[in-house]
Design a protein around this ligand. Sequence first.
Ligand code: IMP
Ligand code: MG
Length: 181
Amino acid sequence: MTDDQRMDSGIARVLVSEEQIQERVAQLGAELGEIYRDGCPILVGILTGAFVFMADLSRAMTCQLDVQFMAVSSYGVSTQSSGVVKILKDLDTPIEGRDILIVEDIIDSGLTLAYLLDVLSRRGPKSIRVVTLLMKEREHHPNVQVDHCGFLIPDEFVVGYGLDVAGRYRNLSYVGVYDGS
Ligand code: IMP
Ligand code: MG
């Protein structure tokens, strides 16, 4: 294997280590498990980036729950938001009267989340909360509501733990800054 075929080639530095992620996800899971102790929320993971966080977070929650996924597109293969959000895969069931927990990998501009909150709140859920692993320290869309955040991070392009650039790096166990190459 050559150096540029290594799974972490192209990573400038580790931003959040595997240990930091695991510790924080366990805390978030305990917190959320307590909030939904007597309920059965639908965890709505936003594909594809949230699949790793969803797997760890859902297993750290001790309440009953349902796992579903939605796919939305705003970025294509670029590292800049196009500003346009569309639903590529919708939920499998109605959510009327249900507790909804949106599980996001990262909030950047907040455009995707603002759109999702608008779409899902029109379907009559009992409640909607948002948990994101990462949130960039920058200005966000005014309609963004984040109830639980794993880590506030600088406004840089990051990959790993589900996050990709052009489909790569999702399998890293840590979050790293992409060096742009
Ligand atoms: P937003 O709509 O600008 O908040 O962007 C949300 C989506 O863009 C996230 O769910 C990610 O899929 C993607 N995204 C934003 N920033 C990054 C990043 O730094 N690395 C990888 N994906 C990102
Ligand atoms: Mg995403």
